[in-house]
Design a protein around this ligand. Structure first.
Ligand SMILES: Nc1ncnc2c1ncn2[C@@H]1O[C@H](COP(=O)(O)OP(=O)(O)O)[C@@H](O)[C@H]1O
Ligand SMILES: N[C@@H](CCC(=O)OP(=O)(O)O)C(=O)O
Length: 370
């Protein structure tokens, strides 16, 4: 089966569209382009493909209504713009899809939340249920509440993780450029890269930032998203929003990234790619072996130092004695509690301090080896 036909025969698809494809250069929703995208997705949805749309554009869509001149740079104004713009964006999609008698549902995710065990299962269940009900879910980051620390800020990566979360067959990243080029597309002679079979094929590709005033990550975040998705076994395509009908029909447009890993569901992918470590736990060689080779939980006995300020449930990095990061996980103690526990066995701690101190510092299920 050709990589393009994997997309046309997909049973379940995640399609991500960037701000530059939905809004004008100075902000404000471009209803003609949003309508054209919705028409194309509606046709596939009605033909039986389950589609989750990850749509950027909330901040850009808030620029006009707030009377701003350009995309705001400070977090508070970005959040205000997203608050206004997300409503406008969903209203526009609701209207556009209603023309095809398709109901849409809004799903606003905070990446940090989704990495927690209960929230992860909940987000997955919600999306599954929406798809079962024939709804077309429209996902964005919950920009209005995400603080700079927990902010994802990058819907390309969010889309890759959503594709993994719902076990999608393919991920399609739509932008204002029709493919990955071997250099900035504005450069004369830049050539389209039709297929990428693995990261080695990107060695000579020059990857630049955003070409628009409203886009955020440029090609770099799309390549990173393709890397995450293909490592999780999901075929990924990058093309322009006005090529959506052709890419969904399996035509040779854009750039297709072939899967290099196996499919499977794991919250660990989110832990690795959607969290920012709030602190570091330095561990001894024995603990490194236990975590990396014996797939054990992290216990207080192997920890030699605690760095940073964090609460229980926060993501932290685990470093070996030489400072190399070996794992990331969600910690079960605060940074204030931990120093008193280091080097002590869990039995001894439970005996001296109470049974709640028998818990691991990081449970195996909340740990990803890097
Ligand atoms: N090698 C490359 N191939 C294609 N596009 C590139 C490359 N390097 C940088 N770009 C830029 O990346 C932009 C797409 O990213 P971005 O503006 O963030 O879009 P979006 O808002 O759709 O996420 C393109 O418009 C292009 O100018
Ligand atoms: N969540 C933000 C978009 C973040 C983002 O990745 O933007 P883009 O590069 O346009 O896909 C918003 O809705 O404005």
């Amino acid at each position: 089966m050709s990589p393009h036909s994997v997309i046309s025969s997909a049973r379940r698809l995640v399609v991500k569209v960037g701000s530059s494809s939905l809004t004008g250069p100075d902000g404000g929703i471009d209803h003609a382009r949003l309508g054209a995208l919705s028409d194309a997705l509606a046709a596939n949805h009605l033909a039986g493909t389950q589609i989750v749309l990850v749509s950027s554009g909330a901040i850009a869509a808030g620029i006009h209504p707030l009377g701003l001149r350009a995309r705001p740079r400070d977090l508070a104004t970005q959040q205000a713009a997203a608050s206004v713009g997300q409503g406008a964006l969903l209203a526009a999609y609701t209207h556009a899809f209603a023309g095809h008698e398709i109901t849409v549902g809004q799903v606003l995710l905070t990446a940090d939340d989704v990495t927690r065990r209960t929230h992860y299962a909940n987000a997955r269940r919600t999306l599954e249920r929406l798809l079962d009900l024939g709804v077309l879910p429209i996902v964005n980051e919950n920009d209005t509440v995400a603080t700079s620390e927990i902010r994802f800020g990058d819907n390309d990566r969010l889309a890759a993780l959503v594709a993994h979360l719902i076990d999608a067959d393919a991920l399609v990243l739509l932008s204002d450029v029709d493919a990955l080029y071997d250099g900035p597309p504005s450069r004369p002679g830049a050539q389209r890269v039709p297929v990428v079979r693995g990261p080695h094929e990107l060695a000579d590709v020059e990857i630049g930032g955003s070409g628009s005033k409203v886009g955020t990550g440029g090609m770099a975040t799309k390549i990173e998203a393709a890397r995450i998705a293909t490592a999780a076994g999901v075929v990924t395509s990058i093309t322009a929003a006005d090529q959506v009908t052709r890419v969904l029909a399996g035509e040779d447009v854009g750039t297709v990234f072939l899967p290099i890993g196996v499919r499977g569901r794991s919250r660990r992918l989110w832990l690795q790619h959607a969290t920012t470590a709030r602190g570091r736990l330095v561990v001894d060689e024995g603990a490194v072996l236990a975590l990396v080779h014996r797939k054990k939980s992290l216990l207080p006995a192997g920890i030699t130092a605690v760095e940073g300020t964090f609460h229980d449930g926060d993501p932290v990095d685990v470093c070996g004695p030489d400072g190399t990061v070996v794992a990331r996980g969600l910690v079960n103690y605060t940074s204030a509690e931990l120093p008193a526990l280091l080097g002590r066995s869990t039995k001894e701690l439970a005996h001296d301090l109470g049974p709640e101190y028998e818990r691991e510092v990081i449970h195996r299920d909340d740990l990803v080896v890097i």
